[in-house]
Design a protein around this ligand. Structure first.
Ligand code: FRU
Length: 485
């Protein structure tokens, strides 16, 4: 069975077309397939790796194991889009096919330079005792859509004093130079983010670990990112084992933002640091940022978690990616909202419009297709509940109190990730609410992205209706069904 470790790591070429066809049939019958999110054709997907505008299109790569809903031999799946929402699978996957990435082409990132997409990624190698060896490798996607791997590692070893938990390079340009951040772990099992600078001879010089206090880093850091916004610095990263008494989060591992006032690339020094949750939901991890010229800082997350089971496992697949969001700072607070192109997903055919009916007795939305956007304004000093029913109970229930600025999401759940999350948002004022539901995924944005709550939910029925109570608390209720081109 796929539970067998050796099988998970066997070369891709050993999986037969018959096996893949049977897995496809299982997946196709799954009631929780989404309509508009990136999801695996078969097997598992996790981290987004790189998102770049290149050759007239957006290119996205993400982690996949196509042969079962488990974390097996990982590769990069390649998709392209004109609008960041309608994605198409294309050739150019980054496959684990040599001795440097024999047990996985792990997460990395890419920059567009000199007409090519330059990738840095982690080569995961295990020895006979299953001890890990990590190197940072290079690959190039040419204008011919073919992928060329560099023959030698770009960074062959972690610096002295660091373990082999050394991965997920994030490339960035800053003041005319190119740098990379790498998630790491010190020999004493404290987490760190390592800064390297690209030299004129194309080698990489270790500068320093970023000056982040130990208690912000847990025992190991995965998936670091950096952005420079309005003169501030935003790091987004995953510190495994962060102390929950020190910083509040509820998921098995957090994915958080650190906002700082300044960054010194000569020393890795960050000044005046404070931590923030980027999402208060159930399932989000491994967020990747993309620093773009036209669209600002983009963010895309894995709406899943490590070490967590999902009911879709029984159907041969696991994991989805979030919609592409724009990341911004408002009064020093990280805000995320869907990229405006999300309107491309709205079904506008008149016979496919949801029916919104609001009067003094009720506010209900019907004729929803399972994938929909529901937006409204919650007046100041009001309490409202949004129900997404599943027969006689709710598969999703959202309580919002704009007086206290407190909210709660309860989901129908079938895994070990809990069914309730509470969160705050700006109190005492009118707030906008945008809820996206896509069969088994929800993304909730409150007060223009000040608070984001994302996750999976698993009802018995496809979500085709919603209700808001009391009707008088909300105004401007609008809904659209969503579909891909
Ligand atoms: C995070 C992660 C990364 C690693 C990748 C492997 O989810 O563990 O650190 O590169 O997944 O798929």
């Amino acid at each position: 069975s796929i539970e067998n470790m050796a099988k998970r790591y066997q070369p891709y070429s050993t999986w037969t077309p018959e096996y893949v066809a049977s897995l496809k049939a299982e997946v196709a019958a799954s009631q929780w397939r989404t309509k508009t999110h990136i999801q695996p054709d078969t097997g598992l997907i996790n981290d987004p790796c790189s998102l770049n505008f290149f050759n007239g299109k957006w290119h996205l790569y993400y982690q996949q194991f196509p042969f079962g809903p488990v974390h097996g031999l990982k590769s990069w799946a390649h998709v392209v889009s004109k609008d960041l929402f309608n994605w198409r699978r294309v050739p150019g996957d980054l496959l684990p096919d040599n001795e440097l990435d024999a047990q996985g082409a792990y997460t990395g990132s890419a920059l567009v330079t000199h007409g090519t997409l330059r990738i840095m990624y982690t080569g995961n190698v295990r020895d006979e005792q299953w001890h890990r060896q990590s190197t940072q490798l290079g690959a190039v996607l040419g204008a011919d859509s073919r992928l060329y791997k560099d023959p030698k590692p770009l960074i062959a070893n972690p610096p002295a004093g660091y373990t082999q938990e050394f991965r997920d390079p994030f490339l960035f340009n800053y003041q005319d130079k190119t740098y990379v951040l790498i998630g790491g772990q010190r020999a004493d099992h404290t987490g760190a983010i390592l800064l390297y600078e690209k030299q004129p001879d194309k080698t990489w010089r270790f500068v320093a670990p970023l000056s982040i206090p130990d208690e912000f880093c847990g025992y190991m850091v995965e998936c670091p990112n950096i952005a420079f916004i309005n003169g501030k610095v935003v790091l987004v990263y995953c510190p495994q084992g962060l102390d929950q008494d020190f910083f509040e989060y509820e998921n098995v591992y957090p994915n958080i933002a650190l906002v700082a006032d300044s960054f010194d690339p000569e020393t890795g020094t960050l000044t005046h640091q404070r931590l923030q949750n980027i999402d208060k939901g159930f399932d989000f991890y491994a967020t990747r940022l993309a620093n773009t010229e036209k669209d600002g800082t983009l963010a895309i997350s894995w709406l899943g978690l490590p070490d967590t089971n999902y009911p879709t496992d029984a159907d041969g697949w696991e994991g989805v990616l979030s919609y592409v969001r724009q990341l911004d700072l408002r009064d020093g607070h990280v805000c995320l909202k869907p990229h405006p192109n999300i309107e491309q997903l709205r079904e506008t055919a008149t016979d496919a419009l949801p029916v919104v009916s609001q009067n003094t007795d009720q506010c209900s939305v019907t004729a929803l297709s399972g994938a929909f956007e529901l937006s409204m304004t919650l007046a100041a000093g009001q309490k409202a509940t949004v129900h997404v029913p599943d027969g006689d109970h709710d598969q999703l229930l959202i309580n919002l109190d704009s007086d206290s600025g407190q909210g709660m999401v309860q989901r129908e759940n079938r895994n070990n990730g809990g069914s309730l999350r509470q969160f705050g948002f700006p109190a005492g004022k009118t707030v906008t609410i945008r809820l996206f539901v896509d069969v088994s995924v929800f993304e909730l944005f409150i007060d223009d992205g000040y608070r984001v709550v994302s996750g999976r939910f698993f009802g018995d029925t496809c979500p085709t209706a919603a209700r808001v109570n009391p009707p008088a608390a909300v105004s401007n209720v609008q809904a659209w069904n969503l579909r891909k081109d």
